[in-house]
Design a binder for this molecule. Structure first.
Ligand SMILES: [Zn+2]
Ligand SMILES: [Zn+2]
Length: 159
């Protein structure tokens, strides 16, 4: 079970107190972010909500996410050329990412402040944040693999 205990109402209140006007679209986008707990892309949010808001475009979703991002309550996770994923979080956490299906799951661990301090000392940078990602295979993909072993890459390389 996720440690995220944020409710949608609570999230809305936090955004409101940061000065964000809550429109029905923003409410729906935020609700999706909080409830899905899956670090969706703007495109995934758009697809999930387009039946509710036929006039909404992916660009609208993006713009709203950008507004949320300014409050610091929503984080954008960028992965090179791949689409950004968005995360509603009030608590600092780390991510474990499935190399097979791309699923991102939160886990909590005390912030690695010493690493930031050391980096600053050693390099003379002023450090403002860091990012740690752990990669592996999620339980669902492990299960799929053991059920369909033929789908595995056939070559076993030694060395
Ligand atoms: Zn997976
Ligand atoms: Zn997260």
């Amino acid at each position: 079970m996720s440690e995220k205990t944020i409710t949608v109402d609570h999230a809305i209140e936090m955004l409101k107190s940061s000065g964000v006007r809550i429109t029905p679209q923003r409410h729906a986008i935020l609700e999706y972010l909080v409830i899905s707990d899956s670090h969706p892309t703007a495109d995934e949010i758009y697809k999930a909500l387009e039946h509710k808001f036929p006039n909404m475009s992916v660009a609208t979703v993006y713009n709203n996410l950008r507004v949320f991002k300014k409050t610091g309550l929503v984080k954008e996770l960028t992965y090179g050329d791949a689409s950004s994923r968005f995360d509603f979080s009030t608590k600092r956490h780390y991510h474990v990412i499935c190399s097979k299906c791309g699923k991102i799951v939160d886990f909590f661990y005390p912030g690695l402040d010493e690493v930031e301090e050391l980096a600053a000392q050693v390099t003379g940078f002023t450090v403002d944040h860091h990012r740690l990602e752990v990669y592996g295979t999620c339980p669902e993909c492990q299960k799929n693999e053991s059920e369909n072993p033929s789908k595995l890459e056939h070559e076993t390389t030694i060395g």
